[in-house]
Design a protein around this ligand. Structure first.
Ligand SMILES: Nc1nc2c(c(=O)[nH]1)N[C@H]1C(S)=C(S)[C@@H](COP(=O)(O)OP(=O)(O)OC[C@H]3O[C@@H](n4cnc5c(=O)[nH]c(N)nc54)[C@H](O)[C@@H]3O)O[C@H]1N2
Ligand SMILES: Nc1nc2c(c(=O)[nH]1)N[C@H]1C(S)=C(S)[C@@H](COP(=O)(O)OP(=O)(O)OC[C@H]3O[C@@H](n4cnc5c(=O)[nH]c(N)nc54)[C@H](O)[C@@H]3O)O[C@H]1N2
Ligand SMILES: [Mo]
Length: 861
């Protein structure tokens, strides 16, 4: 909240001398370009183009002028500065100045020491002494971290004792430094990302089919004739993809697959598309039924399949254990689809989608009357956090049978979460192969080593020092009430009584020797996980411009530089710098970096990921040709460049899309990412055995997860105005006014049955939270009932009877407390979406009269 900002309705004009930096939005995957102007308070530019830094004549047109929300005053070293954070009208992603409600208000979330909304920002390292977090200096904090690591790993004898949970997203400089510390310096395989417990892919079905998870260019959304959005909603979560590329520039029919009739469902129906209101957790059946109808009608692309899909069983098996277990020849795939379960009429019964809608969707997708099928397939967390192999494999299969890939207006892609910047030095493969304590047993393969599930390694005691960086596992993981109990128990042993380093070591040793665990949390603000932290390390918010310059890519693999423009709290450090101090303390002699730019130069020169989808190969040669360092060179690439990047004529060149047909530039030497360059159909089957010991199938697990008599499904996900665990948004007044508490969308009939009205506080209780060891645990959370009056529901109720929806990461009202510990054994991705519970009215909430309960799903007709 810009409480003490005097300029809430007027925006000062940046003078010509204002410092300009460029970067992309701090929020979602889309990666809209922004320009930042910073200048001392007291100076101001003039209204004509040559008097101001924007070079515009005031008053200017829409998109050109910055709105009051794009302005903030910050204080640094006693001096006040104006900061303007405005969309870059020339950046290709959001050309013309498009932005989301989140991106357009980024300026409001800049740290300033005199702004009380940021009083809880972490500013100095702290250690828990006798129950309280006490400020210490950096040397003590790093020494405490190092001793905890030495005890946990028995001085390196047992690297698995250290576990790291680090963001996958963020910038390559920070992820490179962090993963180097974990896999290379310490040698531990126990690495988990910010959103899932293991170093696994989010889209196993795609990757194993030989498809990239990001293969399209945004313009494909504008050029497609049909867009399939399955468990993905760009309107809410990748706003500019929806507003600019799908709605403004495009004209596709949308096939929207979601259990909720939300805005995009109505938008699809109002614009020539269709909403398939699939029953929770039944997508594999629906997607297979669509594929079956396509094949039955002969609408599949036989020429493409013949040329580009692997059809020899032996060759498939030679691709490795995953293909041996899950790869299919076309014949085997058609046989699978022949199962009566996937006949549209039968599928309709389980999925709730009428057979005629399944057929209509198949026709929209296959476009039998067109010369070429121009369908773009997009998927995200509604498919990923569930039967992730089946759901993503079924989407891959649909793409392959229609041959709709590699050309403008086609392709398959994740809609995406954050912008991406995961980069390693390659040591993780060895660490996992040599030391992972987790294996997979399938129907055809046995004892295959897979990346360890670090959440379970925390519960079972293998991890003795858990280093959590920039994420909140006590809130975002599965079955979190139970997880918090485990963490509490394992951190409750001996605790230092003074800040003397030997006393700290004594306590950590005693705790760890008694089966306990030490937690280090590296963060901006305290969150749910912080309550268990022994060592708390303050980081700079580099995503919002504190500290140095960084690099990462967006949903169309557009790689660019983000320039730092402010300092942030003086006691905080950039994550790479913290990792570098840790690594050096443990004896690494190649981590004494001076800046994020130095790490970038190292990556560009020595670890460019050559040959891959995200190759940075061309940067170092182009920089050299221009007599610059790679970081200096990237400063000049203002529009970014699409990976894989190569060099031609002394400049970097980009690759708009992966999987382009013969004749265009191939990535990884092949059109598709297998040894022969042919893609592979994936076995996606409701009857797939997930536990060969007792023959349990996906269908059996589904029965177990399904709501009992007085329960309903409680699924979850995002809301357009809110970002993640709300570390920025809980400080913004407009957000707090709209969603002062977590909500539970309920159908009026489910509400009436329980005597619940809009605005009541309800409790959601699941006393049957599936636990990975077959024990049942329980969990509960509270929320405000969001019930839309039937008279207001002009385009239908967003949730059907028997289904509720909640925001997944609200502070103190933690949805994951009721979500199951189901993880696909082949690829440990959690089934976060498949929660259930009994709903009970607690009384009126304090926000009943303040909050609006109007429908959120009305789309233009
Ligand atoms: N506004 C906003 N945008 C964001 C984020 C944010 O916090 N706020 N977070 C970013 C991140 S990190 C991510 S990963 C992405 C996520 O982007 P999305 O995956 O699009 O977001 P979700 O809302 O989690 O889930 C999408 C949809 O899945 C549906 N769903 C639930 N269960 C099922 C099911 O069984 N089948 C199907 N087909 N659908 C189901 C939900 O109803 C929901 O509408 O968003 C990114 N963008
Ligand atoms: N039920 C359910 N559970 C889910 C999901 C779901 O759809 N449903 N989705 C999953 C997904 S896709 C995601 S992304 C996760 C999100 O779960 P988390 O990743 O735990 O959530 P975030 O709010 O993104 O956490 C980011 C944290 O990093 C801090 N931070 C920001 N910048 C920096 C920095 O530069 N350095 C450091 N050290 N810290 C920083 C912020 O203060 C914040 O606390 O939730 C997962 N869990
Ligand atoms: Mo995410």
């Amino acid at each position: 909240m810009a409480a003490d900002n005097p300029n809430t309705s007027e925006v000062p004009i940046p003078p010509t001398g204002a410092e300009r930096s460029t970067r992309s939005c701090r929020y979602c995957i889309v990666g809209c370009g922004y320009e930042v102007y910073k200048w001392p308070v007291g100076e101001e530019g003039g209204p004509s183009a040559d008097e101001n830094a924007l070079g515009i004549d005031y008053p200017a047109g829409y998109g050109e002028w910055p709105s009051p929300n794009m302005h903030e005053i910050i204080q640094e070293n006693g001096q006040e500065y104006h900061v303007l954070f405005k969309p870059d009208t020339e950046y290709p992603v959001n050309e013309g100045g498009s932005h989301s409600v989140r991106g357009g208000t980024q300026a409001q979330s800049l740290y300033s020491p005199n702004n009380e909304d940021y009083d809880d920002r972490l500013k100095q390292p702290q250690i828990r002494i006798g129950g309280d977090l006490v400020t210490v200096d950096w040397d003590t904090a790093i020494e405490a971290w190092a001793r905890a690591t030495e005890i946990a790993t028995e001085n390196g004898e047992n690297p698995n004792g250290y576990g790291q949970k680090l963001y996958f997203y963020q910038f390559i400089e920070n992820t490179f430094a962090g993963t180097k510390l974990c896999h290379d310096v310490i040698g531990s395989p126990n690495w988990g990302g910010h959103n899932r417990p293991a170093l696994t892919t989010e889209v196993p079905g795609l990757v194993n089919a030989g498809l990239a998870q990001w293969s399209y260019a945004y313009e494909d959304a504008a050029e497609a004739d049909t867009i399939v959005l399955a468990g993905a909603d760009p309107k809410e979560n990748q706003d500019v993809i929806f507003s600019k590329w799908i709605n403004e520039e495009g004209d596709a029919d949308i096939v929207f697959i979601d259990p909720r009739k939300k805005f995009t469902a109505n938008y699809a129906e109002n614009n020539g598309g269709i909403h398939l209101q699939v029953n929770e957790a039944t997508d594999p059946i629906l997607l297979n039924a669509i594929a079956r109808h396509i094949v039955d009608q002969g609408w599949h692309d036989e020429g493409f399949i013949e040329e580009w899909v692997m059809d020899n069983r032996e060759t498939i098996d030679e691709e490795g254990w995953y293909q041996e277990e899950f790869g299919l020849t076309p014949e085997e795939y058609y046989d699978l689809l022949d199962d009566s379960r996937y006949a549209p009429e039968n599928a309709a019964e389980t999925t709730g989608v009428p057979a005629e809608d399944i057929r209509e969707a198949a026709e929209l997708i296959a476009q039998p009357d067109a010369d070429e099928t121009n369908t773009l397939f997009m998927l995200e967390k509604g498919l990923i956090w569930g039967w992730s192999h089946e759901n993503t494999g079924a989407m891959a299969n649909l793409t392959l049978i229609t041959g709709s890939v590699g050309r403008p207006g086609t392709g398959i892609t994740r809609a995406g979460g954050h912008q991406e910047g995961f980069w390693t030095n390659g040591a993780e493969g060895d660490a996992i192969a040599e030391r992972s304590t987790q294996t997979f047993d399938g129907e055809k393969v046995e004892g295959v080593t897979v990346p360890p599930n670090t959440v379970e390694r925390v519960r079972d005691g293998e991890i003795k020092h858990w280093h959590v960086i920039g994420n909140d596992p006590a809130r975002h993981s599965y079955a979190t009430q139970d997880l918090r109990n485990s963490i509490r128990e394992r951190t409750s042993g001996a605790q230092p009584q003074t800040a003397d380093i030997d006393e700290i070591e004594r306590a950590f040793r005693e705790r760890i020797e008694n089966g306990g665990m030490v937690v280090t949390h590296q963060e901006l603000y305290p969150n749910t996980t912080t309550q268990y932290a022994d060592i708390l390390l303050p980081a700079k918010a580099v995503e919002s411009g504190e500290g140095g310059d960084y690099h990462r890519w967006n949903g169309e693999r557009r790689f660019r530089q983000y320039q730092g423009f402010m300092e942030g709290p003086s006691g905080a450090k950039e994550d790479w710098e913290i990792f570098s101090m840790m690594g050096q303390r443990l004896g690494a002699d190649d981590m004494d970096w001076e800046s994020s730019r130095e790490i970038f130069n190292l990556i560009a020169e020595e670890y460019p990921g050559a040959g891959g989808d995200h190759s940075l190969e061309g940067i170092a040669p182009a920089a050299e040709a221009n007599d610059m360092t790679p970081a200096e060179y990237m400063e000049t690439v203002e529009e970014g460049v699409q990976q894989p990047i190569y060099e031609e004529n002394g400049e970097v060149q980009g690759t708009p899309r992966i999987h382009a047909p013969d004749g265009e530039r191939e990535v990884m030497d092949h059109r598709f990412h297998t040894s022969t360059g042919e893609a592979i159909f994936q076995r996606v089957d409701w009857d797939r055995v997930v536990d060969p010991d007792d023959g349990t199938t996906i269908g059996d697990v589904y029965e177990q997860l399904s709501p009992g008599e007085d329960e309903i499904w409680v699924t979850n996900g995002r809301l357009q105005h809110l970002w993640q665990n709300m570390y920025t948004h809980q400080r913004l007044e407009y957000v707090q006014k709209r969603f002062p508490q977590n909500i539970l969308q309920l159908h009026p009939n489910d509400a009436a049955d329980r005597e619940i009205e809009a605005g009541d506080l309800v409790e959601i209780v699941n006393d049957d939270v599936l636990n990975i060891h077959g024990e049942n645990t329980e969990g509960s959370f509270t929320a405000v009932a969001y019930v839309v009056d039937e008279d207001d529901a002009a385009q239908g109720q967003a949730v059907s009877e028997g289904l509720a929806y909640t925001y997944w990461l609200y502070p103190d009202q933690v949805n994951n407390d009721v979500n199951p510990a189901y993880l696909d054994p082949a690829n440990p991705n959690p089934g976060y979406k498949y929660g259930k519970g009994r709903i009970r009215r607690l009384g009126e909430s304090e926000v009943k009269d303040e909050m609006s309960f109007k429908p959120m799903n009305i789309a233009p007709e």
